[in-house]
Design a protein around this ligand. Structure first.
Ligand code: NAD
Ligand code: MG
Length: 397
């Protein structure tokens, strides 16, 4: 079947999700073309990607990096135009030539360009869960009122999307769907004695048993804040109240999540832990394309296990439920404090077992505001970073 070629902008192209996205796109050159690639500061990697994928635009954060990349591309005979700065991220996410935008920048920095894609009615492939955590109500409203399509890339949410009835738009209130079962691997420290968590290094925290990911999300997986952020993400994506979202530890990461129905059915989506599956699903939706993923071998896996999460071991999960319950800017504050605490941990500052303390103290210290505009969300993010940085300093002493 002949297809109209779809053009994609990959925000965060040099990251783990960005690289997997380009891998899927390059398996189907007749279906997908690359309009723009963006990165924060990785000039060399973005240069290689531009040479391979020949986008119309590339974006870097700093002007001097953009100039350096432009002159290297010019000398190599590549016609890509290089832009700089956050405004350019929004521009390549909303340009009329673009059909879909992979939102794969890590953290709050991805919010404004992802919103720009929503406002211009694109198909948004959302990996950047932090954007939705910060501004869920606003984001969903922009998607709905501008005719955008939001498809989840997070493997759990993509699994839930696949296990829900096609076109399902209702609230998850028990009439048809009773529960979302969000699976979690439990990360590298699921069985580690709690008293040993103080001595965890960034390298230990980033060595995930099943998934290879960027450093920030790897630490989030180790604290289980990642699952907490995903509970909030599921709340917004699927109109699900917190009490209908249950976290299930499933160490094999083969079931990517499940949906429970009122008649007793539980539908699951299974696969090898490889992000190219949800990426290919969302890129081709509602069709299916080869993602380059190894077929699932259930005989080699043998058994699937399930456990209840231990909230004493993983206090970050409880903090996320608390922020969701408080609502308003509390999830944005939670996210900002987590980014600051994880950043300090990764730089060798804050102890691993104090990450949750910084977040809890920041939530306690701040007054929440309605999260009804981008300005109020960004202001909460900015203030929470200052407050959290202060607590990090106290916790270092
Ligand atoms: P990563 O660290 O590997 O890549 C991040 C990308 O964002 C890079 O291209 C980087 O250059 C860019 N970036 C970072 N800071 C930026 C800034 N301030 N301005 C502009 N660009 C910036 O991260 P990742 O693992 O690919 O994760 C990306 C997002 O996808 C995160 O939100 C993460 O939670 C989500 N996600 C990732 C996975 C996974 O398997 N890696 C799974 C589910 C969800
Ligand atoms: Mg996930």
């Amino acid at each position: 079947m002949a297809h109209d070629k779809k053009f994609i902008t990959v925000l965060g192209a040099t990251g783990s999700i960005g690289v997997s996205t380009l891998d899927v796109a390059s398996r189907h050159p007749e279906r997908y073309g690359v309009f723009a690639l963006t990165a924060h500061r990785q000039v060399d990697k973005l240069f290689e990607q531009c040479m391979t994928h020949r986008p119309a635009y590339a974006v870097l954060d700093r002007t001097e990096d953009a100039q350096r990349l432009q002159s290297r591309l010019d000398s190599a005979g590549c016609c890509t135009e290089v832009l700089a700065g956050p405004g350019s991220l929004a521009a390549v996410a909303s340009a009329p030539e673009v059909d879909m935008v992979m939102a794969a920048i890590v953290g709050a920095a991805g919010l404004v360009p992802a919103l720009a894609a929503a406002r211009s009615g694109k198909r948004i492939l959302l990996a950047n869960k932090e954007a939705l955590v910060m501004s869920g109500a606003l984001f969903m409203q922009e998607v709905a009122s501008n005719g955008a399509t939001l498809l989840p890339i997070d493997s759990e949410h993509n699994a839930i999307f696949q296990a829900l009835p096609a076109g399902f738009r209702q609230k998850i209130d028990g009439t048809e769907v009773t529960r979302i079962l969000l699976t979690a691997s439990g990360g590298p420290f699921r069985c580690k004695p709690v008293e040993e968590l103080a001595a965890v290094t960034p390298e230990m925290a980033c060595a995930h048993p099943n998934w290879v990911m960027g450093r920030k999300i790897s630490v989030d997986s180790a604290t289980m804040m990642n699952k907490g952020l995903e509970v909030i993400e599921a709340h917004w994506l699927f109109s699900a109240p917190a009490e209908r979202i249950e976290v299930v530890i499933h160490p094999e990461s083969v079931i990517h999540s499940m949906v429970a129905y009122v008649d007793g059915s539980v539908l699951a989506q299974l696969g090898n832990p490889d992000m190219r599956t949800p990426i290919a699903h969302a890129m081709a939706y509602p069709e299916r394309v080869d993602a380059g993923v190894r077929p699932l071998d259930l005989f080699a896996i043998g058994q699937l296990n399930f456990e209840r999460p231990d909230l004493e071991r993983f206090p970050c999960l409880a903090l996320a439920y608390r922020a969701l319950e408080v609502g308003a800017t509390a999830p944005a504050v939670l996210n900002a404090a987590n980014e600051v605490a994880v950043g300090s941990f990764l730089e060798g500052g804050l102890r691993f077992d104090r990450i949750s303390g910084v977040i809890a103290a920041t939530l306690d210290a701040m007054e929440m505001q309605p999260a009804d505009s981008l300005d109020s969300v960004l202001e909460a993010d900015r203030r929470a970073r200052l407050v959290a940085a202060n607590f990090v300093r106290q916790f270092l002493q």
